[in-house]
Design a protein around this ligand. Structure first.
Ligand code: AMP
Ligand code: ZN
Length: 699
C-alpha cells in the first residue's frame, strides 16, 4: 500500500511526466515511469479508483516501452512492460505447491456453524474464539510465490498437490505486484493464495462487446477466469482484464528458514493487513472479525443480501479461525483445514449434462423442445427437464446432446439454460435434429415466417386435444378442482374424453370402478365439474384455447358481451376496434368463431348447463378505484402472491405493466427488490409503495 505522502509524491511525479516538465536521463526517466505506472496499476486494479485517463496511462506506458527498446539494459524484470511475455507458452509445466491446496468444508445453516464452533473449541481447548469472516470469491484459485520481494512463480490449483505453472499469464494481471515489500515485514519467502476473478461490470461489458462483434459470449465469469488464466497466449490473457484477490498466506519464512506463521505473524487478519500493505487486492474492506459464532451468522446474513450489489461474484462466505496458533491446534484432514469452513449461499447456477431432447406439442400445435438433463439440485429443487423454447434458441446457443449445460434459476423464476460449456466437449456431442413431423400425429410441421415456433396444423392431433382439455380445466380457465393433468390424460386414454364437452358427460359409474377412485373422490370431481358450469365467461373464453387469447384478452373481450356467442357476429374490424386487441389476435378470434365445429361445441356446452352468458355481476368491475392507473410489482411479496396482486389491480380497474417506464404510476416494492426498484427511483413521476400502501389504496 502507498501512504498518503507517497501517493502525493507519485501524483506530482505523474503530472511532471505527462507534461514533460523534467529533463531527466533515460535511466532516471525509466525509473520514474516504472514507479508511476506501478502506482496507477494499483489505483486502478486494487482500489478501483483510477486517477489518470486511459489515454494518459497508455502514453506513459508507451514512453517506457520506447526507452526500454532504445536501451535494452534498462529493462528490469519488475518493469510493468514485462507483464506480458512475448512468447506463447507451449505447455504449462507441472509444479508442486509449497503446501497442499485443500478444499473447504461446506455449511448451509446456523446448526452447521454451531457444530463447527463447538469442534473448534474442542480442538483448541479455548472457550472464546475469534473468527474472521470474508466473502468466498467465485473464480479460479491461484498460488503465488515471492522470494526476496520478487514474484517467482504463479500456479493454478491443479489437483491440490501439483498445479500448472502459469507465471507468465499471472504477470499479465496488473493487480499482482511483480515486486512486493515483504522484506519490510521480515518475510523472505512466502506463498500467497487467492482467486482470479473478472469483475461483474467488466464481464458484462466484455460480453456486450463480443455480442456486438458477432462473437460468442461467455457463459459465466468463473469459467471465463479459469479459462483465460490458462490461455497459451499471454497477450490474449491480458486482454481479458482478470484480477486477483489474495486472502491467504500458506507459507512464510524469514531469511534463515524460520517459519513465521503462528510466530511473528499471529492472526489471519494480520496476514491480510500485510498483503494489503504490500499492494495486493485483498478482502480487507469486506471482512469482519467476529467474537462469537452468532455474530458470524448475523454477518453472513447481511452479506447474503449485499452480495447482489457487490462487483465480484461470490458463492458464499468463508469463516476462518483468526488466531494462527489456534488454527495450528485445529489442524487439517486430507480434504480440508479444520479451522475454516465455507458457508454456501443458495446457488443460482449449476452444471449438468444434457441427455436427450423431447418434443412437446402444445394445445395450439406449437412444438416445444424440452431438454432432459441429469437431475441437478438448484435453489431448493431438483431439475431434470428444461424448456429449450424453440429451434432458434438451440441454434443460437449451439446446444448439443451430451453437452455440459449451465442451468440457472433465480428466485421463483423457471429454470433456464444459460448456455453450454464448450470447453468440456469430448467429441461425443450430437447435433440436435429438430423434427420435421409432429411427434404425436406425424403431420408435416410448418413454420409461419413471422413466428419462431414450428407447429402441427392438424386439427385432430391427439397431443393437441390432450393439451386443450388440460388447459380447459386449469386454474386460469374453468378451474375445475381436483382435475389434474394426469387424470385428464388417463381419461383420454380410456376414451372417456375426446373433446371438451365430454367433460360434462363423464361415465361416473365406470370411473368408480377404476383403481384409485372411491365414492368420495368421484363425488368431489363431480362437484368440481358442476361448479365450473357457473363461471364467469372470460374463463370459458380463455379455456377454449384460441391462439393468442389469454386471461387478459379474455377479460377485455367479454367485458363487451352479453353472450360468448355474440362473437360470431363480430367482423374483423369490430374486433380490432376493441381496446387491447391487435390485428393478429383479432384474426385468430375471427377464425375461431367462423368455424362451425367450434360453434357446435359452444352450443353443446350450453346444453350441458355451462354458462355462456355474461351475468350482471360480471359486467360491473368490482370497483374502479384504480381506474386509469398503472402498476408493477417487484421483489418478494409477503401479503399476497403475484397472481393475487394482479387480480386485485384488475378487479379495481387498474392496469398492470410489465416493466418500468415513464408510463408507470406505481411500483409496489416487496422485500429485496432489485433493478426495477432502482430504475423506478430515477423516474420522479413513479410513486413507490409498500404492500401496505397498496392495500390501503384499494380498501
Ligand atoms: P471448494 O473448491 O468449493 O472446496 O472451496 C474451496 C475454495 O474456495 C478454495 O480453494 C479457494 O479457491 C476458494 N475461496 C474463495 N474465496 C476464499 C476465501 N476468502 N478464503 C478461502 N478460500 C476461498
Ligand atoms: Zn400433431
Amino acid at each position: 500500500m502507498y501512504s498518503k505522502e507517497q501517493q502525493h509524491q507519485l501524483n506530482l511525479l505523474t503530472e511532471k511526466i505527462i507534461q514533460h516538465k523534467e529533463s531527466l536521463s533515460d535511466k532516471e526517466k525509466a525509473e520514474a515511469l516504472k514507479k508511476a505506472i506501478n502506482y496507477h496499476d494499483w489505483r486502478y486494479y486494487v482500489l478501483s479508483e483510477p486517477l489518470i485517463t486511459d489515454f494518459d496511462y497508455d502514453q506513459i506506458f508507451k514512453e517506457l516501452k520506447k526507452i526500454e527498446a532504445d536501451n535494452p539494459k534498462l529493462v528490469t524484470p519488475d518493469s510493468p512492460t514485462q507483464r506480458v511475455a512475448r512468447a506463447l507458452t507451449s505447455d504449462f509445466e507441472q509444479v508442486s505447491h509449497l503446501v497442499s491446496m485443500l478444499s473447504l468444508e461446506n455449511s448451509y445453516n446456523a446448526d452447521d456453524l454451531n457444530d463447527f464452533d463447538r469442534k473448534v473449541k474442542e480442538f483448541t481447548s479455548e472457550d472464546k474464539i475469534d473468527y474472521c469472516v470474508e466473502p468466498k470469491f467465485d473464480g479460479a484459485s491461484i498460488a503465488l510465490v515471492y522470494e526476496d520481494d520478487m514474484l517467482v512463480r504463479a500456479a493454478t490449483r491443479g489437483d491440490g498437490a501439483v498445479g500448472e505453472d502459469i507465471t507468465n499469464n499471472a504477470k499479465a494481471l496488473a493487480s499482482i505486484p511483480l515486486t512486493a515489500a515483504f522484506s519490510k515485514h521480515g518475510i523472505y519467502k512466502i506463498e500467497v493464495r487467492g482467486e482470479v476473478i473478472i469483475r461483474k461490470d467488466v464481464f458484462e461489458k466484455m460480453n456486450a462487446e463480443r455480442k456486438a462483434a458477432g462473437e460468442k459470449t461467455f457463459q459465466n465469469s468463473r469459467n471465463t477466469a479459469s479459462g483465460s488464466l490458462r490461455l497459451k497466449d499471454p497477450n490474449e490473457a491480458a486482454s481479458r482484464k482478470l484480477e486477483a484477490v489474495l486472502y491467504h498466506v500458506s507459507f512464510a519464512e524469514d531469511k534463515n528458514g524460520n517459519n513465521l506463521l503462528a510466530g511473528k505473524l499471529h492472526s489471519h487478519f494480520h496476514t491480510i493487513e500485510i498483503l494489503y500493505d504490500c499492494g495486493f487486492k485483498t478482502p480487507i474492506h469486506e471482512l469482519k472479525v467476529c467474537h462469537n459464532i452468532d455474530d458470524v451468522h448475523t454477518f453472513i446474513q447481511t452479506w447474503e443480501k449485499k452480495r447482489v450489489g457487490f462487483n465480484i461474484e461470490t458463492d458464499g462466505m468463508v469463516i476462518k479461525v483468526n488466531g494462527l496458533k489456534e488454527q495450528q491446534k485445529c489442524g487439517y484432514t486430507s480434504h480440508h483445514p479444520r479451522w475454516a469452513m465455507a458457508f454456501k449461499f443458495q446457488a443460482k447456477q449449476a452444471q449438468s449434462k444434457l441427455v436427450d431432447v423431447e418434443y412437446q406439442v402444445g394445445r395450439t400445435g406449437a412444438i416445444t423442445p424440452v431438454a432432459k438433463i441429469q437431475p441437478v439440485a438448484l435453489a431448493g429443487v431438483t431439475i431434470s427437464s428444461i424448456s429449450l423454447h424453440n429451434a432458434d434458441f438451440i441454434t443460437e446457443k449451439d446446444i448439443r446432446i451430451n453437452d455440459t449445460v449451465i442451468v440457472e434459476r433465480a428466485g421463483e423464476v423457471i429454470p433456464y439454460i444459460v448456455g453450454v460449456v464448450a470447453d468440456l466437449r469430448t467429441g461425443k456431442e450430437k447435433k440436435i435434429d429438430f423434427p420435421t413431423q409432429c411427434p404425436s400425429c406425424g403431420e408435416d410441421l410448418v413454420k409461419p415466417e413471422d413466428e419462431v415456433a414450428w407447429r402441427c396444423d392438424n386439427a385432430d392431433c391427439p397431443a393437441q386435444a390432450e393439451e386443450r382439455v388440460i388447459h380447459f380445466v386449469s386454474k386460469d380457465a374453468m378451474d375445475i378442482d381436483g382435475f389434474g393433468r394426469a387424470i385428464v390424460i388417463d381419461f383420454i386414454q380410456r376414451g372417456y374424453i375426446k373433446t371438451m364437452e365430454d367433460i360434462y358427460r363423464l361415465p361416473y359409474n365406470s370411473i368408480l370402478e377404476l383403481e384409485g377412485w372411491g365414492g368420495k373422490s368421484v363425488e368431489n370431481l363431480k362437484q368440481g365439474i358442476e361448479e365450473s358450469k357457473d363461471r364467469a365467461i372470460w374463463r370459458l373464453l380463455n379455456g377454449l384455447g384460441i391462439r393468442h387469447v389469454g386471461v387478459t384478452t379474455s377479460k377485455d373481450l367479454t367485458a363487451h358481451l352479453k353472450s360468448i356467442l355474440d362473437l360470431k357476429d363480430y367482423s374483423l374490424e369490430d374486433l380490432i376496434n376493441i381496446e387491447g386487441i391487435g390485428p393478429k389476435v383479432a384474426q385468430s378470434i375471427f377464425e375461431f368463431f367462423n368455424n362451425e365445429g367450434n360453434i357446435r361445441l359452444l352450443h353443446a356446452l350450453e346444453e350441458f348447463g355451462v354458462n355462456i352468458n355474461n351475468r350482471p355481476a360480471d359486467l360491473r368491475a368490482k370497483n374502479n378505484k384504480l381506474e386509469g392507473k398503472t402498476f408493477l410489482f417487484t421483489g418478494s411479496l409477503q401479503q399476497f402472491t403475484r397472481d393475487q396482486a394482479k387480480e386485485l389491480v384488475e378487479q379495481n380497474g387498474g392496469k398492470l405493466l410489465s416493466g418500468v417506464s415513464a408510463n408507470l404510476n406505481y411500483l409496489i416494492a416487496g422485500e429485496e427488490a432489485g433493478s426495477k426498484l432502482s430504475k423506478a427511483k430515477k423516474i420522479p413521476s413513479i410513486q413507490i409503495l409498500t404492500e401496505d400502501d397498496f392495500l390501503k389504496m384499494i380498501s
